[in-house]
Write a protein that binds this ligand. Structure first.
Ligand code: IPE
Ligand code: IPE
Ligand code: MG
Length: 256
């Protein structure tokens, strides 16, 4: 699945286009972020290695990115590797870095063809050289693209981000919310509207702590390797049913 040769059966294709037209008919979230969780469990229940779960998960990244671009999201942010994930066994960390490099090589053309701009957030200086070189190359090549911004959170931690932003803000003046926000790695991206987490876990795990202040949260049971186009559209449809109040009363929001 996910490759150029994948043709969904007719019924599945109908469901996909029906869901696309439904979410397009209402206001889309500008910025969707996803905690891509459950690769290990997906593999373990099949008697396969965790690394195979990550490999299948990278296929979901392709499908979901393509769909997000197709429906016209402005920004998609994917939590691919946390600051805390460095503590996993060396073999798993190494395999994840290898997969990331393979992903960047294989997706470069698709990113360019779809005018996607690749961005990263996190302490990317900690990534191995062979990953940093590829990231920098795709980032630079795609910098002028005017389509969706695809942000990969790599070696990312929300607390780490806030600490560095506070330190940077303090160097130039008083630490106020706007000043701090300007130094977050997400500066320049649209505000976060929707945060999705797969695999049934209901926690934020150090992702976009500041940015999630008024984001709508959708938690789904689906494991990340099983999360594909229709699952993204389902999460967006859920978001579109919500009333966002930002601290105001329902009456204020509906009259505004
Ligand atoms: C998410 O899947 C991918 C990363 C954190 C890199 P996990 O590897 O956390 O999968 P589970 O949660 O163990 O099933
Ligand atoms: C969050 O998932 C990090 C990513 C999806 C990259 P984890 O699997 O690392 O989070 P916990 O350990 O369940 O909180
Ligand atoms: Mg996990």
């Amino acid at each position: 699945m996910g490759g150029a040769c994948y043709k969904p059966p007719v019924a599945e294709m109908d469901l996909l286009s029906w869901m696309e037209s439904r979410v397009r008919a209402r206001t889309l979230p500008r910025h969707v972020a996803i905690i891509m969780d459950g690769n290990g469990r997906w593999a373990e229940t099949r008697g396969r290695s965790r690394v195979e779960g990550h490999r299948e998960g990278s296929r979901s990244v392709r499908s979901v990115t393509r769909e997000a671009r197709k429906i016209g999201l402005e920004a998609l942010t994917l939590y691919a590797f946390s600051s805390q994930n460095w503590g996993r066994p060396d073999e798993e960390v190494g395999a994840l870095m290898q997969l990331l490099a393979e992903y960047l090589d294989s997706e470069r053309a698709e990113i360019m063809d779809n005018r996607i701009r690749l961005h990263t957030i996190g302490e990317t200086g900690r990534l191995p050289g062979f990953v940093r070189e590829r990231l920098e190359s795709v980032r630079a090549a795609s910098a002028g693209n005017d389509g969706m911004v695809l942000t990969l959170a790599l070696s990312y931690g929300g607390q780490e981000e806030i600490v560095q932003a506070a330190q940077a803000a303090a160097r130039v003046g008083p630490v106020e919310a706007d000043a701090l926000e300007a130094h977050l790695w997400t500066a320049g991206l649209p505000p976060l509207d929707l945060l999705v987490r797969t695999s049934g876990e209901r926690r934020i795990s150090n992702f976009l702590l500041w940015q999630a202040a008024y984001a709508e949260m959708v938690f789904v049971e689906t494991l990340w390797p099983d999360f594909r186009e229709t699952d993204l559209l389902g999460a967006i449809a859920d978001f579109q049913q919500r009333e966002r109040r930002f601290g105001l009363t329902a009456a204020q929001v509906t009259s505004g």
